[in-house]
Design a protein around this ligand. Structure first.
Ligand SMILES: Cc1ncc(COP(=O)(O)O)c(C=O)c1O
Length: 393
């Protein structure tokens, strides 16, 4: 282990770790969730891969890249509980979801079930395909505030019909920040012959994954959020039965090579983000993957407790359903419009140097707070005061 990573493994969490990232020192960065933030150590590794390519581009692309990608897939597979043969790299979760949805040979009248709070790019891809293939889309209505995982299970169950071909489940909802009971949903769908695609964009790094055991037909996850890898790194994992007919959204030279090699080459592009996933795993493993998850969970819980007490708002779901992020109602009764959400966001940034998403849905304005090891409670204190200066301390 490098001396830099040794220092990391021994360091306390909080602002003492900020120098591992290039983040502007003066800001309160409470939005790791949207795009991640990549440590300098990982960016340096990515730079190293780019240099290695440019030393002899043909040798690298033709001979070295396939070998290195095989090694990377093998390592990442262990981390997420599958094997290299069942794991392919993609640029992001959106590309992974597109690969799956555009590989399925749809039949007229097939139905797709997904949550009303599913991520926008996934909803759009489903709508695009529904228009072209005559598919029916059924939305599972997720209540929020949420009483518990049972109500989510019930929401999916209520949307399934005898014509349901596919259920898409968000492992962690982007706007709601809660995890869903994926294993239970897979268990309900499998006996019915309904296939399951899990959109796990936020899960790698935040949740321990045992993907082969989970048994979904496809699982898509980002490395560039909570695994701290460079932007443009994600994966799709596939069950043994769905292995033979999965193709990347971009069909390229290796089209006839089969899964997962077909995904290893998607035209001439910068593959350094994928290769630097190994450095991101080094970084997370230096902190201890389970310690890292626990710190994020504890920090999110502490933020939720502090803000709900100061603002006098209730946690909108059972505490154990949040992991690393928490969504809370903005105090007050401002109209839940996109304009008001943007105004709040821009004010928090320009006046307080707080970066945090403000969302408008379910007749309310909400804030989604991300926890990360480079944060400490003073970032949350700053948010508490900025939103509600008069609140008692
Ligand atoms: C649940 C969910 N799905 C998909 C995505 C899309 O991820 P990406 O932009 O990496 O494709 C996101 C992004 O935040 C997300 O939260």
């Amino acid at each position: 282990m490098s001396s830099e990573l040794k220092a990391l493994s021994m360091a306390e969490t909080g602002h003492a770790l900020r120098h591992f990232w290039a983040l502007e020192p003066s800001m309160h960065f409470l939005n790791h969730g949207s795009f991640g933030a990549t440590p300098r150590y990982v960016l340096a590794a990515q730079h190293h891969w780019r240099e290695r390519l440019e030393r002899q581009p043909v040798r690298f692309m033709v001979e070295e890249l396939p070998v290195e990608l095989g090694l990377l897939r093998a390592r990442l597979a262990i981390f997420v509980g599958t094997t290299a043969e069942r794991l392919a790299m993609v640029e992001n979760s959106t590309a992974g979801v597109n690969a799956v949805l555009r590989s399925i040979k749809w039949r007229d009248g097939d139905e797709i079930v997904l949550a009303d709070h599913a991520y926008a790019s996934v909803r759009n891809t489903v709508r695009f395909l529904a228009e072209r293939h005559g598919l029916q889309v059924r939305l599972a209505p997720i209540e929020f505030p949420l009483s518990g995982p049972e109500s989510m299970l019930e929401a999916y169950w209520s949307a399934i019909t005898p014509r349901t071909r596919l259920v898409i489940v968000d492992h962690i909802f982007s706007s709601l920040a809660v995890r869903s009971p994926v294993a239970e949903i897979v268990a309900v769908c499998q006996p019915l012959g309904v296939q399951v695609l899990v959109d796990g964009a936020h899960a790698p790094g935040l949740l321990p994954l045992a993907l082969d055991t989970l048994g979904a037909d496809w699982y898509v996850g980002n490395c560039h959020k909570w695994l701290l890898a460079p932007k443009g790194s994600a994966f799709v994992q596939v069950s043994a039965s769905a292995l033979t007919d999965l193709h990347p959204a971009v069909i390229s030279n290796f089209h006839d090579r089969g899964f997962p090699l077909e995904f290893d080459w998607q035209g001439t592009r910068d593959y350094s983000a994928w290769l630097a996933v190994a450095a991101a795993l080094d970084f997370v493993e230096a902190m201890g993957a389970s310690r890292y998850r626990q710190v994020l969970r504890d920090q999110a819980a502490a933020a939720a407790a502090l803000l709900s007490q100061r603002w006098g708002v209730a946690l909108p779901a059972p505490a154990e359903m949040f992991c690393g992020m928490v969504t809370l109602p903005l105090p007050g009764d401002e109209a839940p419009t996109e304009e008001n959400a943007k105004r709040w966001h821009d004010r928090l940034w320009s006046q307080h140097r707080i970066e945090v998403p403000v969302l408008a849905f379910n007749q309310k304005l909400w804030l989604r707070i991300s926890a990360q090891v480079y944060n400490d409670l003073s970032d949350v204190e700053a948010l508490a005061r900025a939103v509600h200066p008069a609140a008692a301390v």
